[in-house]
Design a protein around this ligand. Sequence first.
Ligand code: COA
Length: 153
Amino acid sequence: MSEIEVRPITESDLASLDKRVARRFLGTLDGQHEMLVGLLNGVPAGSVLIGGPKRDRFPDALYLFALDVDTRYQNLGVGTALIAAVEKKTRRRGLSRVNLEVGETNGDARRLYERLGYVLCGEAEWDSWTAHREDGTEFEEGEMCVPMVKELE
Ligand SMILES: CC(C)(COP(=O)(O)OP(=O)(O)OC[C@H]1O[C@@H](n2cnc3c(N)ncnc32)[C@H](O)[C@@H]1OP(=O)(O)O)[C@@H](O)C(=O)NCCC(=O)NCCS
């Protein structure tokens, strides 16, 4: 049986994760965002970032973003466990919602969020961010994303 654990990420987890994830970790060092890692039988398999409410859509929400599970470990429950951990953190802080944005054409992620109780809460908007090539150089990337929210019980 697979065992899944979620905890705050540490620098020693990065060696097993994709370079993109390591860059995201460096971006958390300014203290603006938190990052959790999901371990599958002790091996770092995925991660998620948590930040303040984006675009002030909801004042009482935690914002979940950059959910990412290594393709080798997908469909084993790691993504679900990472989302559950963000929801637990949200409740502990006395907040009542989790909000996120998902690519309009990202059917797999959208289906997962819907199964977990997330609902659409607005129109699709263009979202852009800085991405990195293999050689470390930056470029701007973007896609149409839809906002989703879950009201926690
Ligand atoms: C979207 C993503 C994070 C999901 O992660 P994951 O670890 O595969 O998610 P889970 O395993 O928890 O759930 C995925 C599916 O596996 C199923 N599943 C969950 N636990 C399972 C288990 N123990 N055994 C088999 N299947 C399982 C779920 O029912 C779910 O099915 P569904 O797609 O029909 O809803 C992952 O596919 C990913 O990293 N994609 C690329 C990046 C991305 O799109 N991120 C989202 C940005 S908004």
